[in-house]
Design a protein around this ligand. Sequence first.
Ligand code: DLL
Length: 432
Amino acid sequence: MYWEAEKECMARDALEQLQLERLQSTLYRVGTHVPFYRKKFEQLRIDYDNFRSLDALRTLPFTTKQDLRDNYPYGLFAVPLRDVVRIHSSSGTTGLATVVGYTRNDIKNWSHLVARILTAAGVTADDVIQIAFGYGLFTGGFGLHYGAERLGASVIPISAGNTQRQIRIMQDFKTTALVCTPSYALIIADTLLEMGINPSGLSLRVGLFGAEPWSEAMRREINDKLRITATDNYGLSEIMGPGVAGECSECNGLHINEDHFLVEVVDPETLEPVPDGETGELVITTLTKEAFPMIRYRTRDLTRIIPEPCPCGRTMRRMQRIMGRSDDMLIIKGVNVFPIQIEKVLFEIEGTEPHYQIIVDRENHSDRVTVQVEANESIFFDEMRKQRVLIEHIKSRLATELGISVEVKLVEAKTLERTEGKSKRVIDKRRL
Ligand code: DLL
């Protein structure tokens, strides 16, 4: 069942016409209301009144996180604060926070699009949905909440944290859909086990996970441990929050809400568009945002467009799950390494827990990577020889995957820091 077949299954040419019209009005909006864009358009001699084709998109300037910081807090808003009904902010891991705003209409569209991705993932008005994202300046909690209400599901706004309580509520309220980060889903799964609760006794059937990178192996682990169908959804505060793209029940790539967002995939070095199917950095232009429109925002997220049509019938193109960020990519001894590659290997190895941390250091001008991974109890307390065998096994698998050698250290289960929000997998101690 579709939420909005007339949009989600639109013919390509009709969609492109709609995108062009919406792009024209977005350009007019920022050109007349946001001094930052007005100046840029003047410098580049962009005549936004005569913007006639989607191809001309590449003549427009990019917007970066630094531009948002330079205009902190309200400099990029395209409406007076009087028209803003909500403000969110993303602290990020580096530097100054960025601030985003929504008009009443923006909130309506946002709820609508989140309802759309919830529907695609299989959630209906009959579901009881537990939202274990933080409610606050982070867009996850409120974003999913409004979308789920819009759909008519019964919403439990439990917010993040207090895992045992999450589980009790899940049992008592007969939760059928869980919403949180994938790493928190695993924490919930492990806590269930510790509490001696059989997941088959729960009513849970579907999970919507996002806000941080994860892998297919992690999906399988969540599916097995929680006995659900785990789906991926993607978004970012600068663009809207959750609701930008989400998986349908095929679980094979995320449909992008292209009637509201124009996406490009570019080479992060040359900034030239790459052909469909090739990996690059996702660049997004908003088409309907009123308070905080964005022109060619460089997300830093790496993905590729899946050109093949989806068997579900939606024509909104899919992007592959995010494989990392162009800026959290580690360059180790000159080799590009994504934390997700390490995760993939660890998840495939018997005897380890799905919790790990990557520590990068530099000794005598040479990079050194130590992967700390939790070993399950039977291994950890077993004879040293077994531990050594496991370490060697992980090392050789990682060397094959990454093309460089890394150190591996087994740590006791539950000693690495757990987080109910986004997990921090990499500690880079190098002073470069
Ligand atoms: O994380 C919005 C969100 C909330 C999306 C809840 C999905 C669910 P920010 O805090 O601004 O917004 O962080 C955005 O998180 O640029 C990606 O690097 C990463 N990210 C978000 N979703 C995914 C995902 C929210 N499904 C940044 N897979 C983005 C991988 C993701 N990375």
